[in-house]
Design a protein around this ligand. Structure first.
Ligand code: FE2
Length: 284
């Protein structure tokens, strides 16, 4: 095994529209990278033109996985079929375990100005696809930030750095790392990612270099497994570092449902049609 993470594959996002006409860039879940076990989808949304986001994501179901929304800027109101409602804004994280099923909406709580952030879909193992839905939601002030030399800082949403800073999210399925790194130009970040995880880095501002290969804003690098992460910032850069333990289980997906077999997908569709998707957690 190589000792330093290298880039296995680089992809750029594909411009797409989802929900009620929200324009975004799809990284994972696209033709160039359909999945990176256990990650099923990564969308980057970002615009200061309200026409790109105002339609939001009206009521829609999910079953069989987790949706993770990390807001960089803006306000989004979520509301679900079991009575949960709230607003996430600048720097907040919502890690929603859809499990057996939930119907929710995600709508902008603003009519102008910038809205930007990410939605990541994380799979659930076969044994827990029908787990009761739950939320882990944290304000930005409650998410640990590790400061390093040169003005480098890492916001640790999930996982743990080499220096021991621990994120706020609990997840015993994929033991994820989800870091948001801010790195002024001319610095080097060294750390460690679990060698049995799949890992990617997504640059959303500036430019970095991994093992002498550059990666610029809008590009996602799938990393090879290695003991040591080493990233140089060629410009002032902001990027996500995300890792998770793969399940290596069959994936059957259809829109907002991700199960292991097509029979289970058909059951999800039937339950949705019968208004039983959120049973036994549905409030009537
Ligand atoms: Fe959703």
């Amino acid at each position: 095994m190589k000792t330093i993470n290298t880039i296995n594959k680089t992809i750029t996002g594909r411009a797409t529209s989802d929900g009620n006409g929200v324009n975004l860039s799809r990284l994972i879940g696209s033709a160039s990278l359909s999945e990176l076990d256990p990650f099923l989808l990564l969308d980057h949304f970002g615009s200061d033109d309200s026409a790109d986001y105002i339609g939001g994501f009206p009521d829609h179901p999910h079953r069989g996985f987790e949706t993770v929304t990390y807001m960089l800027k803006g306000k989004m109101r979520h509301k679900d079929s079991v009575g949960n409602e709230g607003v996430i804004e600048d720097g907040d994280i919502q890690w929603m375990t859809a499990g057996s099923g939930i119907i929710h909406s995600e709508m902008p709580e603003q009519t102008e100005g910038e809205m930007s952030g990410f939605q990541l879909w994380v799979n659930l193992p076969k044994s827990h696809k029908m787990t009761p839905p739950k939320y882990q939601e944290y304000k930005t002030a409650d998410i640990p930030v590790e400061h390093r030399d040169g003005g480098v800082y890492i916001k640790i949403i999930a996982g743990q750095t080499k220096q021991g800073t621990q994120g706020v999210i609990k997840n015993d399925y994929v033991h994820p790392n989800y870091w948001d790194v801010n790195m002024p130009a001319g610095n080097t970040l060294t750390d460690h990612l679990p060698v049995d995880h799949n890992a990617f880095i997504y640059v959303y501002d500036g430019m970095i270099e991994i093992n002498e290969e550059s990666l610029k804003a809008g590009e996602l690098a799938v990393l090879t497994a290695a003991e040591n992460l080493q990233v140089n910032s060629l410009k002032d850069a902001r990027f996500l570092v995300v890792t998770g333990q793969p399940f290596k289980e069959p994936v059957a997906r259809y829109g907002p449902f991700v199960m292991n077999t097509m029979d289970e997908i058909n059951q999800a569709l039937q339950d949705f049609r019968d208004n039983k998707l959120t049973t036994p957690n549905r409030r009537t």
